[in-house]
Design a protein around this ligand. Structure first.
Ligand code: PAF
Length: 310
C-alpha cells in the first residue's frame, strides 16, 4: 500500500493508474476507521481497479466550538485496516496541502446545505463541499464512494459534482449497523456503555415510524411524533431534528406518497475519556428512506446495509 502525503504524489499515483488503464476510486474519510468505512472500501473495489483512501480531519467543516481538536486520530490503526482491506494507496495530507497559505476559496451548495444538519451546523457543508471538491480535483478518480448515513452529505456531494461538471461518478453505500442496530460512527467512541444503550433510540425511532407506515399511517406529523417519542424514552437524549424530506431535493414532505427520507439527529452527553480530550456532547445522525407499503426499491436507492444483522 502506497502512502501519499502531497497533492503532487496523489496526482502522480492517479495518473499512473489511468495510464495503466486502471479505474480509480476515491474513498474520502476523516480516519478513525470502522467497519462502515471498510464497507465503502469494499464498494469502491467493486467499481474500480485501484482504491485510494484519503485520511484528513478537515478543519473547515468544524465550528470553533466543535470537536476538531478531540476528533480521534488513530493513524496507525487506520493504516493497518486499509492494508488489511487491500487498499492500494492512502492519502494523508498535512492541512497546508489542501489549504495553501492564504486559502480563501470555498464551495457552497446553496439549497441542499440549508436544512437538517445545515440548520444547526451552518458552516458544515461548506467545509465538506470545499474539501471534497479539492480531493476530487487532486485524485481525479473515476468514482468516489460516500456513506448513506450522512445522507445529506451524499446529496450535497452529488450536486456539487454535477454543478461543477466534475467527471466522476458518486456512489452511495448503505448504512452499516452494529448487531444491535446502532449505525456505525467514529463518534460512537465517545459513548459510555449506558449512553450507547440509550443511543439505540435512533434505530428504534426509525423502526417505529416504519412499522406505523406499514400499518397504514403515512402522515409526516404522526410518523415524526412516533419517532420523537422513541427518542424521548432515552433520558439523556436531546433531539436536534426529526424530519421527513424528499430524498433528492430535501424539500419537506407531508406524507409518504413516494420515497421519503426520515432523518434524525440526536445529542447525548459524551463520556469523560481517559487519556484523551472528549467533547461535551456527541451528536449522532441516522436515517431511513421510507416507501409506501408495497412500493418497489430501485437498486442503489436504499440507505440501509443489505443483510445487516439486527
Ligand atoms: O464523511 C466524512 O468523513 C467527511 O465529511 C468527508 C466526506 C471525508 C469530508 O471531510
Amino acid at each position: 500500500m502506497e502512502q501519499l502525503r502531497t497533492v503532487q504524489e496523489l496526482r502522480a499515483w492517479s495518473d499512473a493508474q489511468r495510464r495503466a488503464d486502471r479505474r480509480v476510486a476515491l474513498v474520502p474519510t476523516m480516519g478513525a476507521l470502522h467497519a462502515g468505512h471498510l464497507s465503502l472500501v469494499a464498494e469502491a473495489q467493486r467499481h474500480a481497479d485501484a482504491v485510494v483512501v484519503s485520511i484528513f480531519v478537515n478543519p473547515t467543516q468544524f465550528a470553533p466550538h466543535e470537536d476538531l481538536t478531540s476528533y480521534p486520530r488513530p493513524l496507525e490503526s487506520d493504516l493497518d485496516q486499509c492494508r488489511a482491506a487491500g487498499v492500494d494507496a492512502v492519502f494523508v495530507p498535512a492541512p497546508g496541502e489542501l489549504y495553501p497559505e492564504g486559502a480563501q476559496t470555498f464551495v457552497e451548495v446553496a439549497e441542499l446545505a440549508k436544512p437538517l444538519c445545515g440548520a444547526s451546523r451552518p458552516h458544515f457543508f461548506r467545509g465538506v463541499a470545499t474539501v471534497v471538491t479539492k480531493l476530487l480535483i487532486a485524485a481525479r478518480p473515476h468514482v468516489a464512494v460516500f456513506g448513506a448515513k450522512d445522507f445529506q452529505q451524499l446529496q450535497v456531494v452529488r450536486r456539487l459534482a454535477r454543478d461543477l461538471l466534475l467527471d466522476v461518478e458518486i456512489i452511495g453505500a448503505p448504512i452499516v449497523r452494529d448487531a444491535d442496530g446502532l449505525a456505525l460512527s467514529s463518534r460512537n467512541a465517545y459513548l459510555d456503555a449506558a449512553t450507547r444503550r440509550e443511543a439505540l433510540a435512533l434505530a428504534r425511532a426509525l423502526d417505529a415510524a416504519e412499522a406505523a407506515l406499514t400499518a397504514g399511517e403515512d402522515h409526516a406529523a404522526v410518523l415524526l411524533e412516533i419517532a420523537g417519542k422513541e427518542i424521548a424514552r432515552a433520558p439523556s437524549a436531546r433531539l436536534d431534528y426529526a424530519e421527513l424530506r424528499d430524498p433528492e431535493t430535501l424539500a419537506t414532505r407531508e406524507r409518504v406518497a413516494g420515497p421519503a427520507l426520515l432523518a434524525l439527529a440526536v445529542s447525548f452527553p459524551a463520556a469523560a475519556a481517559a487519556g484523551r480530550a472528549a467533547p461535551a456532547k456527541v451528536r449522532l445522525i441516522d436515517n431511513r428512506v421510507l416507501r409506501p407499503p408495497g412500493a418497489p426499491v430501485a437498486p442503489g436507492t436504499d440507505s440501509q446495509q443489505r443483510g445487516t444483522p439486527r
